[in-house]
Design a protein around this ligand. Structure first.
Ligand code: BGC
Length: 731
């Protein structure tokens, strides 16, 4: 009992220091405050019977994407009591202008327009502005004019990035043929999508993973990490689909005809949106030399969702049109009331910086298609066939079968929301998901599901997906989800939350802590790091050891690294040795990259080894895995992290000395079971344990004296006679 109190206290102290250390970083970046009028409900602000207040012009009825928008607009406008009219331009700028003019004669006050051609639409919106009408550019930006008051959009750069990241994650073989396709050059978004994609693909083209097969312009520019608009134009000129299925079909067929069999095999295809993806995928599927393909998409069109379920399209980027429509209507209502819509960003349209508030997007593939698009209420399950089979066939083994009604008191559903990362990351997210899978096997849950976060902006939304669906327990993985989880726990008092790696305590921002329904599953990583650091120092022949980590801004990562250093020092003092410890943290990049950069991990390990180190500790998701793999390649000792990586990185087994442990599955299962039994802890914390993994293949290389010392250190750490003296967070 006494020990528990001591440990808990140390965690509390850790938490308080941590919070004070992190307070400034955690403060939200101030978004412009909306005037009160912005928040007026649509129904009260909309003039119901004074003619058509809002005119909407959409590009074409021939693409399901814009029918989605029409439907969602009609639903939302009817609900809000608006009078409005929606017209389509049918891919014709003259018709678009005529549509705007017709709406002006009807006395509209706000024009919401998605341009057919960004530049050509300038004349139409100029006319609207002259008539005193406010202009909202919708999804696509009207360019070259100052007559745009607001831009309602998704974050289009992140659409391209998500597509490219998917290709990168699913194609690791060197020399994978890459086929690039783009949208219409008349659409500003086509450039943003391509720009985002290029940013992620280019390093993988440069390192030889991908080889571009269908654009000489792109090949000529492949050394450039960033492209100018002109350079993008040149590539897009060669690979444009013009947002047209037939163009996409003909172009991909022509590319396949021109390519040799050796240029095919298993290929990666950047397709800009769903309509073109289906056409391109069909062409590739029909080619006998194509043995397999990964193809991207965008829009979550129903036909593509079915393609994903059927394994014909790999992914889509879901842009929740309801959000865009809501944003557009909110902006229109604000303008009708004389206010200025709330913006978080600006986009330059060649003439002015247009204020905007871009919305986040979600990557959807077979593994989460049901959770993201059906369980979330966006589509009905009857819209698709074989939906339940989709998840079952997914490589990451999401549960099969139809989701039960989790809102029923007797149905115990458990959801996992990952940090930016995948449930097959061989690390943290994977351990959490495996723990929950085991819990279900052991009868601790009736239904389990996960949502893989692709953008940190979506944490709250992803948690809410489970909260709204009546899940009984929601597990959120990682330090970064601390605040969204605390907020969600207050929002969903009947749901039990388990926040892995999340430290909180009562303070100005968390006045209600501890909440009866929120537990942080936390660890003394410094102790696990200390153990492997001591082992590394005792095993090193050169007395030089290294560590390659994710960012030191995440306290558990810092504690691993500094614990490692402290452990080596402890042995040095005992043995009269002097071990040089080189720890490198990947703190030079953002959270989107720091844990998912195996190339950096490998390069850093290589550089430390080149200076004489003969032990490398890799700590930080895929980045750390890259270091462990590289150490094994270089035939020096490697130390894994979090789980026993003997199982998760078999390629490194021959050199894997041990792993610093942070057991996730067992304590997670224990917590879920406590929740089910109505005994969920109300202390705010749960300590998950630690230690080091067996030496496996290297057991015969570890001297029995060293092993005895490791056991003595474990005991000393547990009873408090050995202290790591590591600060809870980077000072
Ligand atoms: C939109 C996409 C759409 C494409 C073709 C883009 O501007 O953002 O959602 O697929 O146009 O219509």
């Amino acid at each position: 009992m006494k020990k528990y109190v001591v440990v808990l206290l140390s965690v509390l102290v850790a938490a308080s220091m941590l919070l004070s250390a992190c307070a400034p970083a955690a403060a939200p970046t101030a978004a412009p405050v909306a005037p009160a009028a912005t928040m007026a409900p649509a129904a009260t602000a909309a003039p119901a019977s004074t003619g058509t207040a809002v005119g909407i012009v959409l590009p074409t009825k021939d693409e399901p994407r814009w029918i989605q928008d029409q439907t969602r607009f009609s639903d939302a406008l009817t609900a809000a009591g608006f009078t409005s009219e929606i017209l389509f331009s049918q891919g014709d700028s003259a018709k678009e202008k005529a549509n705007v003019e017709s709406l002006l004669t009807k006395g509209i006050k706000v024009l919401i327009i998605c341009p057919q051609d960004a530049a050509a639409a300038g004349a139409a919106v100029d006319e609207a502005h002259k008539a005193g009408v406010k202009v909202i550019s919708y999804d696509r930006l009207v360019t070259g004019t100052d007559a745009v008051d607001f831009y309602v959009t998704f974050d289009s750069m992140s659409v391209g990035k998500a597509q490219a990241q998917y290709l990168v994650d699913h194609n690791t073989a060197k020399g994978t043929p890459l086929f690039l396709y783009a949208g219409a050059a008349s659409d500003n978004n086509a450039f943003l999508f391509f720009e985002g994609a290029w940013e992620v693909l280019q390093p993988k083209i440069a390192d030889g993973t991908f080889v571009i097969k269908n654009s000489t312009e792109a090949v000529g520019l492949q050394a450039n990490a960033k492209l100018t608009r002109d350079q993008e134009s040149k590539i897009i000129g060669q690979v444009t689909t013009n947002w047209d299925f037939n163009t996409a079909k003909n172009l991909s067929e022509a590319n396949l005809t021109a390519a040799t069999a050796a240029d095919k095999g298993t290929v990666a295809i950047l397709a800009p949106n769903d309509g073109t993806a289906r056409a391109i995928a069909d062409a590739f599927a029909a080619d006998k030399d194509v043995k397999g393909y990964t193809v991207t998409g965008q829009d979550a069109e129903k036909a593509s969702v079915q393609y994903i379920i059927d394994g014909k399209q790999s992914m889509t980027v879901f842009k929740d049109v309801r959000t865009l429509v809501k944003d557009a209507i909110t902006a229109a209502v604000t303008m009708l009331g004389g206010g200025t819509p709330k913006s978080t960003n600006t986009y330059n349209n060649g003439k002015i910086d247009v204020p905007a508030a871009p919305s986040a997007v979600v990557t959807v593939d077979k593994s989460n298609v049901k959770a993201a698009l059906v369980d979330s209420g966006y589509y009905k399950d009857t819209d698709f066939t074989n939906l339940s089979g989709a998840a079952a066939a997914a490589p990451t083994a999401a549960p099969a079968g139809t989701a039960p009604d989790c809102t029923q008191a007797t149905v115990f559903c458990v959801g996992v929301v990952t940090d930016v990362g995948k449930v097959d990351d061989k690390s943290f997210n994977q351990s959490a998901w495996e723990g929950i899978q085991q819990t279900q096997k052991d009868g601790g849950a009736d239904w389990i599901q996960y949502i893989e976060t692709t953008d940190s902006k979506d944490y709250a939304k992803n948690i809410a997906t489970f909260g709204d669906a009546g899940y009984k327990v929601i597990v959120t993985v990682g330090f970064n989800l601390t605040e969204p989880t605390y907020a969600a726990a207050k929002l969903y008092p009947n749901v039990k939350f388990i926040g892995i790696d999340q430290f909180l305590m009562k303070d100005d921002k968390h006045t209600d802590w501890p909440l009866a329904n929120l537990v942080g599953l936390v660890y003394n990583e410094d102790q696990s790091g200390f153990l492997v650091g001591a082992l590394a120092a005792m095993m090193s022949k050169s007395h030089k050891i290294g560590g390659v980590f994710g960012t030191d801004a995440v306290p558990p990562v810092w504690r691993y690294g500094e614990g490692y250093r402290a452990g080596a020092l402890y042995e040095d003092k005992k043995n009269g040795t002097k071990t040089e410890v080189t720890n490198v943290y990947h703190s030079d990049v953002g959270f989107d990259k720091t844990f998912s950069d195996p190339t950096w991990g490998a390069d850093t390990a290589k550089s430390i080894v080149s200076k004489g180190a003969d032990v490398i500790f890799g700590g930080g998701g895929k980045t750390g895995n890259g270091a462990v793999d590289e150490a094994a390649q270089l035939k020096v000792l490697a130390i894994g992290v979090d789980t026993d990586q003997y199982a998760t990185l078999p390629e490194a087994d021959a050199y894997l000395l041990t792993s610093a442990l942070k057991p996730i599955p067992a304590p997670l299962e224990a917590l879920v079971k406590l929740a089910k039994a109505g005994q969920f802890p109300t202390t705010g914390f749960f300590l998950g344990g630690g230690g080091y993994a067996p030496y496996h293949d290297l057991a015969s290389k570890v001297d029995p004296k060293i092993d005895a010392e490791m056991q003595a250190i474990s005991k000393g750490l547990a009873d408090g006679s050995i202290k790591t003296n590591v600060a809870p967070a980077k000072p």
